[in-house]
Design a protein. Structure first.
Length: 217
């Protein structure tokens, strides 16, 4: 092959290559596509509303991290913001009835029901879905740590005593808004999200901290 012909072929190949590069489409905006798919796939039904798809600043930040640890300063800022949302018991009472707390822990009824009774039926805590609590219950999840002997391990002999106050307040805050203590916690924010009311939270507190509760036997 003559030199001039060879260089013409090289030039032609280069031009084809450049033309190919020029037509490469930009990468899709996968976040936008995902948002569109989610919006098109769900609808309001009963008490389940599509506004749940809207993340607050804390959830959005944790989603962006894709499972990686947040920078310490950012994590502390998120925790502080969530701690500020915690509402302490209006009557000053942290401890309810552990028997009612056990019923809540066993109750898996949440905020996804569409039947007619949903508006008047109380939500459950569904605690056994993620945690071990009472020793007699053998069906429980392991997504969260075991809470068996929760109060006993922490030395809570009397939840009403001044000595127990730090643990009592921490436990209430954790139930009310878990992100106040762990920025990207996967635990439901029961109080903050309005999943459980104050009386229900008091009953769960009793389940965890009352020495007579099966959790502490």
């Amino acid at each position: 092959m003559k030199t001039s012909k060879r260089w013409r072929l090289v030039g032609l190949s280069t031009m084809v290559g450049l033309a190919g590069c020029a037509t490469v489409a930009p990468a899709p905006d996968y976040d936008a596509l995902m948002a569109q798919m989610m919006a098109a796939s769900f609808r309001d039904q009963g008490i389940a509303k599509v506004d749940r798809l809207q993340q607050d600043a804390s959830n959005a930040e944790c989603s962006k991290s894709e499972g990686k640890a947040l920078p310490q300063a950012r994590a502390k800022a998120i925790e502080a913001a969530n701690l500020a949302t915690v509402r302490w018991p209006s009557d000053g009472q942290f401890i309810g009835d552990w028997k009612e707390g056990e019923k809540l822990a066993q109750n898996g009824r949440g905020m996804t029901w569409s039947d007619a009774s949903a508006a008047t039926s109380a939500n459950g805590g569904n605690c056994y879905n993620c945690h071990q609590l009472g020793k007699a219950e053998i069906s429980y999840g392991t997504i969260g740590p075991s809470l068996y002997n929760y109060g006993k391990i922490r030395g809570v002999a009397d939840p009403a005593s001044p000595a127990a106050k730090p643990i009592v307040e921490y436990t209430w805050g954790r139930l009310y808004n878990a992100k106040a203590y762990n920025a990207c916690s996967g635990m439901p924010r029961f109080g903050h999200a309005g999943m459980l009311d104050e009386k229900q939270l008091q009953h769960l507190m009793a389940l965890l901290l009352d020495p007579k509760s099966p959790v502490n036997q």
